[in-house]
Ligand binder design. Sequence first.
Ligand SMILES: [Zn+2]
Length: 105
Amino acid sequence: MIYSSWRLLAEAVSVLMESAPANIDVDEVHDAMTDVAGVAEIHDLHVWTITSGLISLSAHAVVTDHHSDTETLRAMREMLHDRFGINHITIQIEPEGFEERPIPV
Ligand SMILES: [Zn+2]
């Protein structure tokens, strides 16, 4: 029982240890996303590996011009794939001044 719990914990820790892919500089990803036309700010950025070859990204993107949301999202996704090889992408688009309240647990 104790052994089994320990093994589960060890597996969870090993998953966490994989969370930062060695070949990806998260600060560089952040700057590259901010450089995309229409993007004012990036926050809550996370990059991690699920299995080898599958790099996931989640982020919040504050966009300035909502007429080009589609184009901005497409540009971010293509850039992340072409430049960083990130192939599983989840981006939350937010309007400027969006009040992000904590979600109660
Ligand atoms: Zn946010």
